[in-house]
Design a binder for this molecule. Structure first.
Ligand code: CNA
Length: 354
């Protein structure tokens, strides 16, 4: 975190819970009897996203965001399956390639059932079949994952909130408090038995048949009021409560979406964001939301270029991928030599018995 950003975080940490405060400091000490009313008005308007925010970007474009980042910011990334598709892991909803389009083989009553605990308890097989396909170890982090690592290395990343379970953020170097895996992770898992709930490591999970599911759940909402820039990547923002986190930042906090399609917009009617807080990229009132429609990798590379980090990012991806390849090669060599030893031992045994 930059000096300016950490000073600001400290100042904000020293103030009482922002959720309980009125926006308008003139409310303080108001003897008119309207104080409670003002407080409620402010609370509703904040909750519903109605109070006008300040425009802090000089331009609602990727260039505007880059200039803003360069002055040192607290950045939160919110990411979804779209950041891992270029690694070879299908997302949910992309037509044709997404998992929902390819789940027929599991005979599910409806696609989402594969991730629902009640269905899983009765029919665990489809989830485990899918989990085998998605299991960490076979995939490399993408440019987008390494871009987030770069934000971390430069002290700009407050935290990454991920819906993904593929652990690629960790492989890319986000660890410990850098990361909230909101929908669980393959990294650790818990037994679903009410009496058990034991935590199991990834190594253990790999070699056992106990029935369990990923149930880690975190909530660090105190990050959001302090956020200077929210970067949302590779998500349809269809899954709650994760999606509604976009409305937890302050009304002045710019939000950059890097995705193949626009998502998270306020919709008239009963849409997820119909009561406010949704993204507004195009209306006359748009003042802080920027949609960069591209792959996450291209968008991150374009942003890195504007920030003057392009070469550094390219080198990081090359170096880290080479490291993963060499580790994989060593692991395969070791496995091959173990296999040949055990085959030799078996052959030796059968020679003796003949
Ligand atoms: P989703 O609903 O499938 O949406 C993915 C979004 O990403 C869509 O808007 C796509 O247009 C967009 N997209 C796809 N590829 C790219 C790309 N290369 N560049 C830019 N945008 C792209 O997935 P969400 O993450 O929104 O839904 C949340 C679910 C998905 C969580 O419960 C996850 O656990 C679950 N999931 C995770 C993984 C994983 O861990 N990699 C894979 C599949 C599903």
């Amino acid at each position: 975190m930059s000096e300016e950003a950490s000073k600001r975080a400290q100042e904000e940490a020293d103030t009482p819970d922002l959720e309980c405060q009125s926006d308008d400091s003139s409310d303080e000490g108001d003897a008119s009897g309207d104080t409670e009313m003002d407080f409620l008005r402010s609370l509703f308007s904040r909750t519903l996203g109605l109070s006008p925010g300040e425009k802090v970007l000089d331009e609602l474009t990727l260039d505007g965001v880059a200039r803003y980042i360069l002055s040192g910011k607290n950045i939160i990334c919110m990411v979804g399956a779209g950041i891992s598709t270029s690694a070879g892991i299908p997302d949910f909803r992309s037509p044709g390639t997404g998992l929902y389009a390819n789940l027929q083989k599991y005979n599910l009553p409806y696609p989402e059932a594969i991730f629902q605990i009640d269905y899983f308890k009765k029919h665990p097989e489809p989830f485990f079949a899918l989990a085998r396909e998605l299991y960490p170890g076979q995939f490399k982090p993408t440019v987008c994952h390494y871009f987030m690592r770069m934000l971390k290395d430069k002290g700009l990343l407050t935290r990454c909130y991920s819906q993904n379970i593929d652990t690629l953020e960790r492989v890319a170097g986000l660890e410990g408090e850098d990361l909230i895996e909101a929908h669980g992770t393959f990294h650790t898992s818990h037994c679903v038995s009410f009496l058990c709930r034991k935590e199991y490591s990834m190594d253990w999970m790999f070699g056992t048949t106990c029935v369990r599911l990923i149930l880690s759940f975190y909530c660090l909402l105190q990050d959001f009021p302090r956020c200077d820039l929210l970067i949302i990547m590779g998500t349809s923002l269809q899954v709650q409560p994760f999606a509604s986190l976009v409305s937890r930042v302050s009304n002045s906090c710019p939000r950059l979406l890097i995705n193949m399609e626009k998502t998270g917009q306020s919709e008239f009617g009963m849409g997820l964001f119909s009561f406010g807080g949704g993204m507004d990229f195009d209306s006359d009132k748009a003042y802080r939301d920027v949609a960069h429609l591209s792959t996450c990798d291209d968008g991150c590379m374009a942003l890195a270029e504007l920030l003057g980090w392009k070469e550094e990012l390219e080198q990081m991806v090359k170096r880290e991928h080479a490291l993963i390849d060499s580790k994989d090669a060593k692991k395969k060599d070791k496995e091959a030599s173990q296999n040949s030893k055990s085959t030799g031992a078996e052959a030796g045994k059968s020679d003796k018995t003949e």
